[in-house]
Write a protein that binds this ligand. Structure first.
Ligand code: COA
Length: 312
């Protein structure tokens, strides 16, 4: 008989990375182990996805142990936990045409974007090419860098710029919700990140005294070996001036100079986002893999996992 246990357990990853180790100690992630006859054969983890009322989950069951209901039991726990936490949408990514994709689609999940995962390798970083991009004149604009707390003078404009992420072509916001970023939310997310032992590094293109026209952000954790790309946004009227390429190139050099421990920067982009993919290619990112983003409504999942008594 299977058993599900909530706790600290995390399976040893096949390819442990510093980033993964950090995630394993991230207090915003909840984990479960699923066992069969006392032997752990699967695991689940869930954390806030960064979008309103949306959680991001991963569930693994050892290939030989599939078909025993362990995945379903793990998902049941995730759904119960996230419903109690007030979440509405559960998201995950899968490789197309895999057992994981079929498991999710059979439970009524919907396919959102096709995503491309890009990486920038710091061991082969073309510093000279990046330097040429950074040294290009962008008349009227200047580069401003910060880490952790956004400067008071820029925080309102930065919050407005963050709202423009809603222009990204995507098909993955089933709630239709767009975060109305403001100073309070920016400060709150800074505190939450600091509580996790991480820091957001931002490089912005600023015009006039305090208008953020573009920015790129990366999360730098304790290890700073594998760094994750967060938003890159250019405010509408400042697009197609090379600003995204400029701030991303500047961020790559900044990481290389200030954190020599960094080996790679990973970024996930919708295949449909031609602009962002071109900017990534121009700053030296290479495509690592593609995955499907899938989402499900948590209340619907709960009904499918626990049909009401008497239902067929
Ligand atoms: C994607 C985005 C960041 C690009 O910013 P940008 O400053 O306009 O990009 P750049 O000027 O550096 O563009 C460099 C090249 O990318 C390509 N490109 C940029 N935007 C493009 C678009 N909308 N369509 C097609 N190609 C585009 C072009 O080849 C461009 O070079 P060119 O203008 O010389 O032809 C911006 O459109 C944006 O903020 N979009 C909304 C938010 C978003 O999608 N963020 C990424 C989420 S992962």
């Amino acid at each position: 008989m299977g058993a599900i246990e909530r706790g600290e357990y995390a399976p040893a990853p096949a390819q442990p990375s510093e980033r993964l180790r950090e995630q394993l100690t991230d207090p915003s992630t909840t984990r479960w182990a699923g066992s069969l006859d006392g032997v752990v054969v699967g695991s689940a983890e869930v954390r806030p996805a960064g979008e309103p009322k949306t959680a991001f989950a991963r569930i693994y069951v050892l290939p030989d142990m599939r078909g025993n209901g362990v995945g379903r039991s793990l998902l049941t726990e995730v759904v119960r936990d996230q419903q109690a936490a007030g979440m509405e949408i559960l998201a995950t990514t899968v490789l197309a045409d895999t057992p994981g994709a079929r498991f999710a689609l059979d439970l009524g999940a919907a396919i959102g974007d096709e995503l491309v995962i890009n990486v920038l390798d710091f061991e082969t970083l073309d510093r000279a090419a990046l330097r040429r991009v950074v040294d290009t004149d962008h008349i009227g604009y200047r580069l401003v860098h910060w880490s952790g707390r956004t400067p008071d003078a820029l925080v309102d404009s930065y919050a407005l710029a963050k709202r423009a992420i809603a222009d990204a072509p995507n098909n993955h916001l089933p709630t239709g919700a767009v975060v109305k970023w403001d100073r309070g939310l920016v400060r709150q997310s800074e505190r939450e990140r600091a509580d996790r032992g991480a820091e957001l590094w931002v490089t912005a293109a600023v015009v006039g005294s305090s208008t953020v026209a573009a920015f790129t952000a990366v999360e730098v954790g304790r290890s700073a070996v594998d760094v994750g790309q967060e938003d890159t946004v250019v405010v509408g009227e400042h697009r197609r001036l090379g600003l995204a390429t400029w701030v991303k190139a500047a961020m790559a050099l900044r990481l290389a100079d200030e954190r020599p421990s960094v080996r790679r920067l990973s970024s996930t982009t919708a295949i449909a986002n031609t602009g962002m993919r071109t900017v990534n290619a121009r700053t030296g990112f290479r495509e690592l893999t593609r995955r499907l983003l899938i989402t499900a409504n948590i209340a619907d999942l709960a009904k499918r996992l626990h049909p009401p008594l008497g239902a067929a």
